[in-house]
Design a protein around this ligand. Structure first.
Ligand code: ADP
Ligand code: ASP
Ligand code: MG
Length: 439
C-alpha cells in the first residue's frame, strides 16, 4: 500500500494561509499520513525566519539574562498564525510554557528547536493529527552524531497504529537527555528518518520551488528543472551548496531505497523532481545534470620536488590537519604539488598559522602558499563520464567568461568536476557553465 511521508519547509509554514493550503495537500491523498514540519520561514523577502529570531533570543539571553524582546517577536509570529487559522489551541498558554522552558534550559539548541516544536503543535491541530515530539523519537549518540538504529526503532514504535501524525523537524535528544539540533536545514533529515522508519513508498519534500533546478535560481533566472536525479548526484549537488535539500537527508532513505520527490507547496500540481536510487536512474540525455557551489574557501598550496617519491609525505601533512581538527574539503594533487582546500570559516588566524608552521616543520616544502577567498563550483552529472570533451567545454566556457581557474579537482566518482575560482567570479562562473550546458 502506498504510504507517503511529507516534509513541509519554512516557507510552507510561514503563515496561516499557507498552512491552510497544506491541509488541502494532505487531505487530497490518503497515503500522506506522516508529516514533518520546519519552523515558519520568511513571508516576504527581508522577513526573518523564526529559527533566526530564536538564535537572537539565545544571544539576548546570554547578554541580558532574559530574552523578552526577541521572544516577543517569536510570540507575535505564532499568535498571528493561530489567529489566521482560528485555532482552538490555547496559543498563549503554549507560548508561555515555551518561554518558561527556554529560561530553564538556556541552551542554543533547545531555544532554536522551539520553532519546529511550535510549528508542529499548530500543524497537528490543523490537520487533526497526533503530535509526536521529536525528543521522544530522534536520538544522538555520545559523539553527537545520529543514533540511527535507536531512532528507527523509536519512530516505528511511536507511529505504529497511528493514522495521521505530525512531528517537528530539526531536533532530537542528545545522550545527555538534552534537546539537540541537526545543522541548519536539518528538518529534511528528520523527514528522511521518518520515511525510512515507516518504509514509506515516497518521501515528499514540499518547498517553495517546483523541483531541484539545474542551478541556484538566485543566480540564474528560471533555470531548467531537473526531472530526475540519482541519490549520488543529489549528494554531490546538495553538499556543494544546492540547499534545496540538506546533504545528509539521503542517507536514511538510501538505506531503504525510498525515492524523494521535491514538490512546490505553492504549485502542488507541478511535477517537481524525483530522486531515485542510482540503480533505477535513467540517463536524461543531458551531459550535465546540475551545477552548485559555495563561497569562502582557503587553498593551501604545497610544492616540493620529488614529493611523490617521499614516502609518508601526504600522511605527515594530513596529520597536522588532523591534530588541528580541521575538515578538508578537497585535496587536488600533481607530481610535485598538493593543495588542501579548507572552509575559511573553520580557519582563524591562530589555526592557519599553526597549520603552516606544522606543515613546514614536518615536510619542509619548497613552497607553501595561502590563497583565500576561493569559491568552489561543482558541475555534476552521470552523463559526464560517458561523453567525450566535457572538461574541455567546461574550461572553455569559463575561459571565455574571462575567469581564471585557481584550483581543479575531478572526483574519482567521475560524475563531478570541481573548479575553484575567486569569490568575486562565483556568480559569473555559474552563469557561464549554465549557458554552456543548458543555454
Ligand atoms: P525549505 O524552507 O522548504 O526547506 P529551503 O530554503 O531550505 O526551503 O530550500 C529551497 C530554496 O533553495 C529555494 O527557494 C532556492 O532559493 C534554493 N536553491 C538553491 N539552489 C537550488 C536549486 N539548485 N534548485 C532549487 N532551489 C535551489
Ligand atoms: N528551521 C531550521 C533552519 O532554519 C531547520 C529547517 O528549516 O530545516 O535551519
Ligand atoms: Mg530547507
Amino acid at each position: 500500500m502506498s504510504l507517503k511521508v511529507c516534509k513541509f519547509g519554512g516557507t510552507s509554514m510561514a503563515d496561516g494561509n499557507v498552512i491552510a493550503e497544506i491541509k488541502k495537500i494532505i487531505d487530497a491523498d490518503k497515503a500522506r499520513k506522516y508529516i514533518v514540519v520546519s519552523a515558519p520561514g520568511k513571508r516576504y523577502s527581508g522577513d526573518i525566519k523564526v529559527t533566526d529570531l530564536l538564535y537572537g533570543c539565545f544571544k539576548e539571553l546570554q547578554k541580558d539574562g532574559q530574552c523578552k524582546n526577541k521572544f516577543s517577536l517569536v510570540r507575535s509570529r505564532f499568535e498571528d498564525i493561530a489567529r489566521q487559522l482560528n485555532l482552538s489551541l490555547d496559543m498563549k498558554a503554549v507560548l508561555d510554557e515555551t518561554e518558561k522552558r527556554i529560561l530553564e534550559e538556556r541552551s542554543a539548541d533547545f531555544i532554536a528547536s522551539r520553532g519546529e516544536y511550535l510549528s508542529a503543535r499548530i500543524a497537528a491541530e490543523v490537520l487533526g493529527a497526533k503530535f509526536i515530539d521529536a525528543e521522544q523519537v530522534i536520538f544522538f549518540n555520545e559523539s553527537g552524531s545520529l543514533d540511527g538504529e535507536k531512532t528507527n526503532k523509536a519512530i516505528q514504535a511511536a507511529l505504529s497504529g497511528v493514522e495521521r501524525a505530525v512531528l517537528p523537524g530539526f531536533y532530537g535528544k542528545g545522550c545527555d537527555g538534552k534537546v539537540k539540533t541537526f545543522s541548519r536545514g536539518g528538518s529534511d533529515i528528520s523527514g528522511a528518518l521518518v520515511a525510512r522508519a515507516v518504509n514509506a513508498s515516497l518521501y515528499e519534500n514540499w518547498t517553495d520551488v517546483s523541483g531541484f533546478l539545474a542551478c541556484d535560481p538566485r543566480i540564474v533566472e528560471s533555470p531548467k528543472r531537473i526531472k530526475c536525479l540519482s541519490y549520488k548526484e543529489l549528494r554531490e549537488l546538495s553538499y556543494m551548496g544546492a540547499d534545496v535539500l540538506h546533504s545528509e537527508s539521503i542517507f536514511p532513505v538510501r538505506k531503504a531505497n525510498i525515492p524523494i520527490q521535491i514538490k512546490n507547496t505553492f504549485r502542488p500540481d507541478d511535477e517537481g523532481t524525483t530522486i531515485v536510487p542510482t540503480s533505477r536512474y535513467v540517463l536524461s540525455g543531458n551531459t550535465v545534470t546540475g551545477i552548485a557551489g559555495k563561497k569562502n574557501f582557503t587553498v593551501i598550496f604545497i610544492e616540493k620536488s620529488l614529493m611523490n617519491s617521499e614516502i609518508g609525505f601526504v600522511r605527515k601533512v594530513l596529520s597536522v590537519i588532523e591534530d588541528l581538527n580541521l575538515p578538508v574539503e578537497h585535496i587536488p594533487s600533481g607530481i610535485d604539488t598538493m593543495s588542501l582546500v579548507i572552509s575559511s570559516d573553520a580557519l582563524d588566524d591562530v589555526k592557519l598559522n599553526a597549520m603552516l608552521e606544522g606543515i613546514k616543520n614536518s615536510v619542509e616544502p619548497d613552497v607553501i602558499r595561502v590563497i583565500d577567498n576561493i569559491a568552489l563550483i561543482a558541475t555534476v552529472g552521470h552523463g559526464m563520464s560517458s561523453s567525450v570533451g566535457t572538461s574541455a567545454r567546461l574550461f572553455k566556457a569559463i575561459a571565455e567568461a574571462d575567469i581564471n581557474i585557481k584550483m581543479l579537482d575531478q572526483g574519482a566518482s567521475e560524475i563531478n568536476i570541481v573548479v575553484g575560482v575567486k569569490n568575486d567570479d562565483y556568480e559569473n562562473c555559474i552563469k557561464a557553465i549554465y549557458a554552456e550546458f543548458f543555454g
